[in-house]
Design a protein around this ligand. Sequence first.
Ligand SMILES: [Zn+2]
Length: 176
Amino acid sequence: MSWLSSNLIDGNVRERRIITVSGIAPDIDGFGLLVDPTLRLFGYSSNLWGEFHHSLHNLGFCLLVTIIAYLVASVNKFKVACMAFLLFHLHLICDLVGSKGPDGYQWPISYFEPFSGSLNLYWKFQWELNAWPNIAIGLMLYLMVFWFSKHHQRSPFELVSKKADDAFVGILNKIT
Ligand SMILES: [Zn+2]
């Protein structure tokens, strides 16, 4: 969703990379998901996932990401920063709507952190992360990526490698 949205403004792969990373940046605080099981392998016990997940899902970190996006972009700086701000918030909305844990925990978002802890957001109808609406939305986004890649001759692979992007678009051109 972040990469597709990054194509809404004029820019190069650098700008699309910045916007895409801004959209997934809040989940940097989910590093415990990888670190906890690794530490367990070495006999340590930790709960970094439980302690830190959602600690960067807030306005303070969003403003930092927005400023960095502005500084790092080389063209269309203001629009890139606006997109970074919007995509960060789209991430928060998606989490509020459909990321309930398997144990039923809703991971409330303390929106005004670190300035204030006064607003804790959650949605009582929130569905689970692996529920069918997320699968349906995911499939729809894959179709949109395929369609966009075919018609604009570039794909999300451009974010990591021009070669991989060319190969993917080449295959799409052959089979469609
Ligand atoms: Zn998140």
